[in-house]
Structure formats: C-alpha cells, structure tokens
Design a protein around this ligand. Structure first.
Ligand SMILES: [Ca+2]
Ligand SMILES: [Ca+2]
Ligand SMILES: [Ca+2]
Length: 395
C-alpha cells in the first residue's frame, strides 16, 4: 500500500570492513523523538503514552496526559497505514526457521517448520512517522520470552517482496535469491548489561559475490530502550500475560534518512527474526514473524535541497581512485571540506576557505597506502548547512 504522506530524505550512511565485524554502538539512549506524533514519540522502555514524560505519544494510551497511543489498548493500530501490530505464535505452535537455516542462506532457500523457538517472539509493533525536519522514522517494539541468553533481533528491510508460503518455503523477489543490493539489516543486541544497535547493507563485496557490510548509524539517527527497570504493562497481552517481566521488552527508533545515501530506494518488505549471534553469515536463525508487505518509497536527493546548498559526487561512485566533487552554494560562503573514515577519523582535508556562489569543483585523491579500499564520508561544512556524502573506494 502506498503512503503518499510519508517523505524520506536520505543522508549519510557508511559501509565497509568485513561481514563479521559490525559497527556497533552500545548504550541505552532513551529519548522523546520529536516526531509529528503529539508530543513526540517516547522511547524509554515501556508502551504507555504520557508516562513517564507527560504529553508524549507511545504505543498504547495511558492517562493522564494529552497524547495517546498509536495502538488502542486492545492492540489495534489507530492508523493502519502507518502502524502495524504483528502477532507471532509462541510455544509449540510457533512458525520457526528449519534447523540449519542461517543468515548466509538466501531467502529463496529458507524453509520453516512449526515448533518451539529457541528464542521466542510474540509481538512486533511497527510505526512509521515523520520528524519535524521531514525525516521518516521507523519505530519498532519487540518482546522476548526468555531472558536466559542474549537475543539478537533482526529487522531486515527488503526492496523485494518476501512471502511465507504454506508449504514451508518462502518466495522472495529480490535480485540475489531474495536480497537486493542496498537492502538494510538492523540488529538489536538484547544484552541487558550492554544493549546495542547495529546496521548492515547488502552489497556486492567483489564481482559476483554478495554479503552484508556493516555501516555506522549516525549518532542522532537512532534511539532504543529496554525495560531493564522492571515489568511493563502490555494491555493486549504478551505471551499470554498482561505484563512483560524485566528485560523482555525493547523499543527502538531509527531515522531512515540516515540509513540511505543519495539513491532513491523502495522497500517492499520488512522481516523480523531472531538469530544466534551478530554474525551476518554464520548466525543460525530461529523464530521469525511473518514478513510484512510494505511499499515505502525513500526518495533520493539528487535534486538539490531547497536552500541551494549541495555536495555531489561528480565522478563514478564507487571509485577506483580520484574522487571528483561538486559544491553548490547559493551565496558566497565559508566552506570546509573533509573526508572521514567509518570510525569517524579524519583522513583528508580537501578544501577550506571562502567559495563563490554557484558551482565549484574539488578533488579528493586518496593515497593508496594510507587509504585502503572501503567506505568514506565527504563532509561539506558551511555556516548554514552540513552535507555528508558517501564515497566507496574500490580495491
Ligand atoms: Ca515507549
Ligand atoms: Ca514465529
Ligand atoms: Ca514466536
């Protein structure tokens, strides 16, 4: 279903390294995200609106306060175009991946069975909304039955369709047996003492060889919280109970703008599943929630931003060496142009000074010895605006 009301403006992502060393940001980051939901959406580790912060939106209604839930107390989405309540079976009636399924097996080859999940979900809550800057946010809340081990919760955003079939297979339309270059995989590590969120992107690692490649989440582009402080109310029920015990609930929010580069992209499916580790290849996959069909168009920003500032990669990207850049300024302006690696280390200063209005060319020539192949960010700073573009340097 189309969501014409949503607008997605991309920005800076990153990739690189190996498929085995995800860029992980640890820390619990409770916050009220300034979305257009009344009062903003509160990510603090419970489901109740107006609590503890008054007049903030959350998953379910709660008095007192002026804001409300995006679901009813019974768990029904108030706006079914933007909020989804996925319900998964639990205990022995659950649909789970067959033994031997891993993240390295392509979706078209996955199979499932019915049994008790090693790591069990019951509810998956999703809410797509927009912040005051026009960025689209994806909020997700998940429960888990067991606290006996760390849970690795995956949220995969696929450009292709993904359907669970009655004959215990899946049908997936993505280009590489179900996945498509630039599909996104978010992973929440539910470790109560060290929770973290990481992201990876499906890329062509070498000609004909594909895999997930980690990329950093910009610091202001995500938030998450678990119920480490105690049980939380779940009015519509979780694993048959009206509350979820300590450390069995997580909610997170991601600014989708920050996951994307300049290229427009459409996600047609969102798929939530558990896996056994952070590995994006060998991890066993266990419980899943039936994939949700979406049609979320994330517009590119090849079109210059309305204020006239822009930074474009004028040479091919990925690049085998020299990177040509084009700066666009609506007025004479001080500009600082630098390059950073995935860890945020500055690796190059391209230009610094006052530049004229209009278009100016600049060049970054990475040193082959000091700048290994991988992903870099080019950042243009002006007093009015900061723009970051992703550049991939090929081996
Ligand atoms: Ca909350
Ligand atoms: Ca399931
Ligand atoms: Ca389940």
């Amino acid at each position: 279903m189309a969501r014409p009301g949503l607008r997605f403006l991309p920005l800076l992502p990153a990739l690189v390294l190996t498929a085995f060393a995800p860029w992980v940001i640890a820390d619990t980051r409770s916050s009220v995200v300034p979305t257009t939901d009344p009062g903003g959406f509160e990510i603090e580790g419970d489901l109740l609106a107006n609590s503890p912060t008054l007049n903030t939106t959350d998953w379910v209604p709660h008095d007192p306060g002026t804001s409300t839930g995006v679901l009813t107390s019974g768990g029904t989405p108030v706006d079914p175009a933007h909020t989804f309540h996925l319900i998964d079976a639990y205990d022995n009636s659950d649909d789970v991946f067959s033994t031997g399924m891993t993240l390295a097996i392509m979706p078209s080859n996955w199979t499932w069975t019915t049994s008790l999940a090693a790591r069990d979900f019951n509810n998956g809550l999703l809410h797509l909304t927009t912040d005051q800057a026009g960025h689209t946010w994806l909020f997700c809340a998940l429960d888990r039955k067991s606290t006996s081990s760390t849970a690795f919760m995956s949220i995969e955003l696929l450009q292709g369709t993904l359907v669970k079939n009655a004959d215990h297979t899946f049908s997936a339309s993505g280009t590489q047996q179900g996945r498509t270059v630039d599909d996104v995989l978010l992973t929440f590590v539910f470790d109560p003492t060290s929770p973290s969120l990481s992201a990876a992107r499906w890329i062509e690692l070498s000609p004909g060889s594909f895999g997930f490649s980690p990329f950093s989440l910009p610091p202001n582009a995500f938030t998450f919280a678990i119920n480490s402080a105690g049980a939380v109310d779940v009015p519509f029920g979780s694993f048959g109970n009206p509350t979820l015990p300590t450390n069995q609930f997580v909610e997170l929010g991601v600014d989708l703008v920050a996951l994307l580069d300049q290229s427009p992209i459409t996600f047609q499916s969102i798929f939530i599943y558990m896996r056994s580790s952070t590995s994006t290849s060998s991890a066993a996959i266990s419980d899943f929630i039936a994939p949700l069909p979406l049609n979320v168009r994330v517009a590119g920003v090849e079109q210059a931003p309305a204020d006239g500032y822009d930074l474009r990669i004028a040479s091919s990207n990925p690049s085998s060496g020299r990177v040509e850049l084009e700066l666009r300024l609506p007025a004479e302006s001080r500009v600082d142009l630098r390059v950073f690696d995935l860890a945020g280390r500055e690796v190059g200063r391209i230009a610094s000074g006052v530049f004229p209005a209009g278009r100016t060319r600049a060049t970054w020539q990475p040193s082959r010895q000091r700048r290994p192949a991988g992903l870099y960010f080019v950042r243009m700073n002006t007093p009015a605006r900061t723009i970051v573009r992703r550049v991939e340097i090929l081996p």
